[in-house]
Write a protein that binds this ligand. Structure first.
Ligand SMILES: [Zn+2]
Length: 368
């Protein structure tokens, strides 16, 4: 075997072993903590519910991969009372997802390969530009065209909640056209809030499950947190980094595609030139390795995204003038999503984009 193939294989194997080890480490850690509900949770979560969250997390995380999606949805989520998806919805989702991938992804791949032939040496710059433009277009059309394929969106009805949320948006200088309710309960009891669309097309979306679970001040604090992400420019920062990632990935693919040893390492013959077919192995192999390489960078990315969460929480504290609503909302959401409260620190550094509830409460000034 060629040295490069050996390095690639070692990278992939080390990742698999590390993932298994982290998962074992975390399960042991969580089990050790399972008998006591952390202080901050007393009164919100009873001991039985807490142990249930520990078991759920354990199981959900030990079943990796897409082939298990059905199992997770209908056996595990069902067992813990989250699943509300009908079989019909589940199958329709899979078909719509596949059609979208075919309709949008396949032409994009063909276009990238054509660019190799059309533009020669600088193909990777063109390809990166096209993929980035495509991503931006997707962001722009998703709220109007793609998301309604999967969910129903209705304007938040007139009333106190609507007034309260629009007042918050105005107070924080967050221009929004509409606040809509999404039928998240069609699929599960998990809850969320987000905003979507760019510029004037922006709208705030609340899951119906969120509205059912939280009081009005709590809902306002969740929205204040989301607005914090926008005001602190987190979305633009994340987007810029992902765009830079696209450029780096194409540059690396273009470089690899010029290396004879790269082809030999994987048993292909190097032909040179800019025939599209000849670039397919380089693109496929790079895509295969990209996941493994990005896995080793995930702790870095997560340090960054957790800092964003703290910043958004701090923004919400200022916008609300108090911390209790946000803390109560976070506690309820953690309880209702049965999130793991006490992951092993090493495990969470690889897999958690958000700080745990206890860390967030501590940052908001409440000692756990
Ligand atoms: Zn957040």
């Amino acid at each position: 075997m060629q040295p490069f193939a050996i390095i690639a294989l070692v990278l992939i194997l080390t990742r698999v072993v590390t993932e298994l080890w982290l998962s074992g480490l975390n399960q042991r850690h969580v089990r050790e903590q399972a008998n006591e509900v952390p202080f901050a949770f007393r009164g919100v979560i009873d001991a039985a519910m807490y142990r249930r969250s520990v078991v759920f997390t354990g199981i959900a995380l030990s079943v990796p991969g897409l082939p298990f999606a059905w199992y997770v949805q209908f056996k595990i989520e069902q067992r813990f009372g989250f699943n509300t998806t009908s079989m019909k919805t589940w199958i329709a989702d899979r078909i719509k997802g596949l059609l979208l991938a075919l309709l949008l992804g396949y032409p994009l791949l063909l276009l990238v390969l054509k660019l190799v032939e059309w533009t020669g040496t600088n193909w990777w710059l063109w390809a990166a530009a096209v993929v980035i433009a495509f991503q931006l277009l997707l962001l722009l059309i998703a709220p109007a065209i793609i998301m309604p394929l999967f969910n129903k969106f209705t304007p938040l009805p007139e009333g106190e909640l609507r007034q309260r949320l629009f007042a918050l948006a105005q107070r924080t200088h967050f221009p929004t056209r509409s606040i809509e309710v999404m039928d998240g309960s069609k699929r599960s009891r998990h809850s969320n809030a987000f905003f979507t669309g760019l510029g004037r097309f922006r709208k705030i979306v609340l899951f119906d499950t969120l509205i059912a679970q939280l009081t009005e001040p709590e809902l306002e604090s969740v929205l204040a947190h989301e607005i914090g992400h926008y005001k602190k420019r987190h979305v633009i920062k994340m987007l810029s980094v992902s765009m830079a990632g696209v450029v780096v990935a194409f540059a690396a693919t273009a470089w690899l595609a010029r290396q004879q040893w790269f082809y030999r390492a994987f048993g292909f013959t190097y032909q040179g030139g800019f025939a599209a077919a000849h670039f397919v192995p380089a693109i496929l192999l790079f895509a295969m390795l990209a996941g493994t390489i990005s896995f080793w960078f995930s702790p870095l990315v997560h340090v960054w995204s957790r800092r964003f969460e703290y910043e958004a929480d701090a923004f919400a504290r200022v916008a609300m003038g108090e911390t209790q609503s946000l803390i109560q909302a976070l506690r309820k959401l953690t309880k209702n999503n049965l999130s793991n409260l006490t992951p092993h620190p090493l495990y969470s550094s690889f897999y958690y984009s958000h700080p745990t509830l206890l860390e967030r409460e501590r940052a908001l000034g409440i000692e756990g």
